[in-house]
Design a protein around this ligand. Sequence first.
Ligand SMILES: NCc1[nH]cc(CCC(=O)O)c1CC(=O)O
Length: 327
Amino acid sequence: MKTVTPNVKPHSRNLPLKVGTRGSPLARQQTATFLALLKQFCPVLRGMEVFEEHIIVTTGDAVQNRPLAEIGGKGLFAKEIHESLAEGRIDFAVHSLKDLETVLPPGIALACTLKREDARDVLILPPGAAIDPADPYGALPQGARVGSASVRRQAQLKYARPDLNFSLLRGNVGTRLGKVESGELDATLLAYAGLRRLGLADKASVVLSPEQMVPSACQGIVGITVRETDTELLSLLSGIEDPEAKAVSTAERALLNALDGSCRTPIGGYARLLEDGSLHLTGLVAREDGSFLLKRTAIGAAKDAEALGRELGNELKADSPSDIFLP
Ligand SMILES: NCc1[nH]cc(CCC(=O)O)c1CC(=O)O
């Protein structure tokens, strides 16, 4: 990476810079990776105690035993973090971009998106299960119990295998893996990105292709928020922006925003940037029980990422039964 001397004068503002994060092992790992990247980019920040980590418990973390949709609202993993930022208790915050609402509260800006980790979902089966990657669900017995809190994963799996029985499974990655290992559940689905970041990639029984399971919009992408008025941090952070992550996340977030689903609406969004600069965006809308599924791909120029996402989202919405979008 090229290093520059960015326009940040550590003496001109209160140090340390306070970084907000959720407290899960995955959130803290993502924060550590981001801070290391920032130090690498910005030599003036090296060798000093310039960062202070602030762990923020969000509503999504505090309420573990109920579906997120029931707790209500969007951005359940970010509300308290936005408040800390707005009130100046922190200077920036690290988010899994897929958990961040598409319309941020007034005064909060998305400063940059980092290079995407593997966007795919994985199936977790008990140790020793017989696995055929061409038929990833073949190892699941008739009526198997699958734990997931994601309506997107549930709808796509139910579409392929209507016999499966789903139950709510929330909690962090370790808890979820434990329930399959102990035999309490026959399978669960997780983001490969989370496993990889936690050094648990070998726990994935089958990695599902984006064709087999359309990932969530922005799965595997970390985004950094700041106060909109903090031009100094905005300009510093623009230096570590990953242009490919920016293009695909812009398209995927525009798709999600146009669909305007609740968190009970199964929605998938996955974009790829090709060498010729074209952006291939796949959007998916489904009914939670798998009785309806619509998937479509649109192609456009990377510079038109936002319009590509918006138009595909509008099209998918127009062609889906309206009950899917009821709150
Ligand atoms: N919804 C929770 C969440 N938010 C981000 C990740 C994984 C990392 C990522 O997608 O960037 C996960 C866990 C999962 O879905 O398995």
